[in-house]
Design a protein around this ligand. Sequence first.
Ligand code: ADP
Ligand code: MG
Length: 240
Amino acid sequence: MVETVDKPLAFQTKNLTKVYGEGNAAVHALRGVDLQIPSGEIVVLLGASGSGKSTLLNIVGGLDRATDGEVYFQDQCLSDLSNDKLTLYRRDHVGFVFQFYNLMPSLTAYENVELVTEIADNPMEPQTALSLVGLADRADHFPAQLSGGEQQRVAIARAIAKQPTVLFCDEPTGALDSKTGRVILKVLKDVNERLGATIMIVTHAASTAAMADRVIHFADGRIREIVKNENKLSPEEIEW
Ligand code: ADP
Ligand code: MG
């Protein structure tokens, strides 16, 4: 389904295709995805396990490359970029948040965030990023001293400290209970409002869709439907 959007685009894809492996072992993870994501929106990508959600996120986020088709960040075609240029795109514009936090266990919360701010172009102070996720007073704690929800907030602080244009979240609440998941969604909404970052959240938890500007229903490597959400709920109002 091709939908035309009138606002400036954060990114778009044209006939995006991804095949893993070859011959009899080939897995068609993306089967021609045409997508337009307006700048500044919260977009939720919903679909069953194995439908290609992570594959799409990783290609748009510059972690992987498509087999065919194109992906654009603003006006820049990522498919044409050298590996070095793709790395710069990730470094300067992209934040990632994963299901299992991926923090360095031997570094404090502050140091985990600092890893990113040391190489970023225009970073905020690590302490500012930790304050934005409500963890200013836990800066000196190691991941093992933090709950799952707190670790995910550190991971979000790390992702936003570079002031990314786009924030990609792959199952960010997948390992958390509903109460903690709600806190995480609230933090993501704050990031969207305060930093103006475009946020794309991949999840199989349909309830998350209630807080999105736009919901993409994904099935078997294809977009099945895109729904604009006219009645956005706050994370506090979402029923789990
Ligand atoms: P989702 O995130 O929706 O669960 P994925 O994008 O992870 O789906 O996977 C889509 C399909 O591609 C699945 O069939 C999965 O097994 C396959 N796949 C994902 N990554 C790889 C890979 N690196 N090599 C081979 N197959 C893969
Ligand atoms: Mg996935």
